[in-house]
Design a protein around this ligand. Structure first.
Ligand code: AVI
Length: 333
């Protein structure tokens, strides 16, 4: 067994990963650019520091947050059918690459059912979280070579992949956190990363009634509110900002026209906040747009994927169609 952490042999792209103060510099620039816009906005990728990743794990345990448990319940059946599919297609040397790997809970049912997976590569933005999770995974699957790499997987990635058939894995409906155009870019980059004859297995949250959607993002324990406000706390911790978290309210609404849940932080009063010496003014009720979570009909998503060079191979739907897991095949070209 070997776990490579921060090993250049594993991932050439690690060269480009920013650390320490240069990371803060990028964070600061993005924050100031976002908060100077007329509709203030921050990238949801900044939710996931150590604290934010912990809140997200707690969200996944909430009864209201159906995507996590629904996808997890679907995965053992998906894994069994994938086993048959890979066997029929004589794929006996498979390398699984998880994008935005996080806690590595979702990959376990796959690794349990797929003996042809010889190597697992986990990519994520939060290094410490991933390191701990991959050490646990390595104990459970000593026969699989496990590699981890920390970095921004929304950017083009160059991995040194072996000769095996690569299967990308992007669970959790994280694809929904990209703008549709970004989702296409991501899928196109992933196709290049994974190489020809590759496949991609994705979790996609589907369009459904507003009530169920809004409940999932407005939980009764306020964990999602803490998760959302952590972005303010993170600016206080890392960028010498002075946000008063009590002066902002978490808001999550379904924008039916655009097919997305929008999360915002609404300023409860008119106020001035300082970030690294720059004053930012908020009107009462003005919001910072912190996240979009797009929902797709499976056919709609297949169409989006096809514009990135992927062809729909198979779709598994959860009961009542509330979540989909989709297998895409690299269409070449
Ligand atoms: C990570 N991502 C798929 C979650 C979602 O549902 O869009 C993030 C999240 N935001 C609030 N709750 C969960």
């Amino acid at each position: 067994m070997r776990i490579n952490v921060g090993n250049l042999a594993v991932c050439v792209w690690l060269n480009k990963v920013k650390t320490g103060s240069s990371m803060n510099q990028g964070f600061l620039q993005d924050v100031l650019a976002g908060l100077r816009l007329s509709q203030k906005a921050l990238s949801p990728k900044y939710f996931y520091d150590e604290q934010g990743s912990e809140y997200f794990d707690q969200i996944c345990q909430l009864e209201e947050y159906y995507p996590y448990r629904t996808e997890l319940a679907l995965l053992p059946d998906v894994a069994q059918e994938l086993n048959q599919f890979f066997t029929q297609h004589s794929l006996d040397n498979v390398q699984l690459v998880e994008f935005g790997a996080g806690s590595l809970h979702k990959v376990k049912p796959l690794l349990q059912e797929l003996p042809m997976v010889r190597e697992f590569v986990a990519l994520d933005i939060s290094g410490e979280h991933l390191k701990r999770a991959s050490a646990d995974l390595a104990q459970s699957f000593p026969q699989i070579e496990i590699k981890v790499a920390q970095g921004d997987f929304t950017k083009p990635i160059r991995l040194e992949l072996s000769e095996a058939t690569s299967i990308g894995f992007f669970p959790g409906s994280t694809i929904g956190n990209f703008e549709p155009k970004e989702a296409v870019d991501f899928l196109r980059n992933a196709r290049t990363t994974l190489g020809k004859d590759s496949y991609m297995l994705l979790g996609v949250d589907t369009k459904k009634d507003r009530q169920m959607l809004e409940r999932a993002y407005n939980d009764s324990k306020d964990i999602t509110a803490h998760f959302n406000k952590n972005i303010l706390a993170r600016m206080n911790r890392e960028l010498d900002a002075d946000f008063n978290l009590d002066q902002f309210r978490h808001v999550a609404v379904y924008n039916q026209k655009l097919g997305r849940i929008e999360m915002h932080l609404r300023s409860l009063v008119q106020q001035e906040v300082t970030i690294a010496g720059e004053a930012i003014l908020f009107d009462q009720d003005e919001t910072i747009h912190t996240e979009n979570s797009y929902k797709y009909h499976p056919e709609e998503f297949e169409q989006l994927a096809s514009s990135a060079g992927w062809q729909g191979e198979k779709t598994w739907l959860a009961p009542d169609g509330i979540f989909a897991i989709m297998l895409l095949r690299n269409a070449g070209g």
